[in-house]
Design a protein around this ligand. Structure first.
Ligand code: ADP
Length: 260
């Protein structure tokens, strides 16, 4: 398991008496380590597109200066790399905003069925490109929440279902009442027909920059921050996220939100 870290203070008192104080700083050490990892990850994620951009600028200045065809190709790649940096910075800002507000529970009434209809229609273009269909079932239900943040949660989940699911699939979004120990709630499920996720990865999916397949995620324009943002927003709403997946059958992402 996890190593424990202690801070030890030794003071000698009178008559050769020594006082030894052990303080468990495992949590602080872990937080510090996570922060260092995070900064290292962000730097790496930004540096990759930046290195590509610098390389192409150099090529455009010299080798490709008088070759209009090559220039066009390089500018296209540069645009894509700049787009990747832009998405990363956008997601980092979202994440830090959500984290800063995490203690304040949002309380505007949010009707989820209408919200989900909006999310699905804004992703129609992407679904069509994949040849997918998105189906919505369940009755209207209102929860206390933050409209924009919940839009972001379900946009991320439906986008992931479309990205990682099989082409031509049906993505099923459903609203179901659920009784929890903390009172009445609603469960919103996003189910895809993709290849599923190996159980070893599931507990780590909401970690920042954790991806099952880095190459695939990058190719799809992913930043690796989507589910981390989802987790923080859901926990700000005093809800929780469940992930179930069956290899070869698909995945189900469930968000449970309390009604009061
Ligand atoms: P990304 O930007 O990489 O999509 P996310 O935080 O949204 O980042 O997701 C993290 C990882 O979880 C993804 O890279 C992918 O490997 C996996 N994942 C997320 N949603 C699904 C899904 N519906 N089916 C299979 N894998 C998924």
């Amino acid at each position: 398991g996890q190593e424990e870290v202690f801070q030890v203070t030794v003071s000698s008192l009178r008559d050769g008496l020594v006082l030894c104080i052990f303080r468990d700083v495992t949590e602080e050490e872990k937080a510090g380590e996570m922060r260092r990892d995070f900064v290292a990850n962000v730097s790496h994620e930004l540096r990759t597109p930046l290195t590509a951009l610098m390389g192409f600028i150099e090529t455009l200045k010299h080798a490709a200066r008088d070759d209009p065809k090559a220039r066009e190709v390089f500018l296209g790649i540069m645009e894509a790399e700049a787009g990747r940096m832009n998405r990363l910075v956008r997601d980092l800002l979202h994440l830090s905003r959500v984290e800063a507000e995490e203690r304040v529970r949002p309380r505007e009434p949010v009707e989820l069925r209408g919200l989900l209809e909006g999310v699905i229609s804004s992703l129609r273009g992407m679904a069509e490109r994949e040849g997918d269909r998105v189906e919505l079932t369940g009755d209207p239900v209102t929860v206390p929440g933050d409209w924009d943040q919940l839009v972001q949660v379900f946009t991320n989940l439906v986008e992931n279902a479309l990205k990682y699911g099989a082409a031509g699939q049906v993505v099923r979004v459903s609203l179901t009442p659920e009784e929890t120990v903390r009172g009445p709630a609603v469960r919103v499920e996003v189910a895809d027909e993709g290849e599923g996720i190996d159980p070893v990865h599931i507990p780590r999916l909401t970690e920042r920059f954790y991806r099952v397949d880095t190459h695939r995620s990058r190719e799809m324009g992913g930043t690796g921050l989507g589910l981390a943002i989802v987790k923080h927003i859901v926990s700000r709403h005093r809800g929780w996220l469940r992930i179930e997946s069956e290899k070869g059958r698909g995945s189900r992402f469930q968000v449970v939100l309390p009604l009061g």
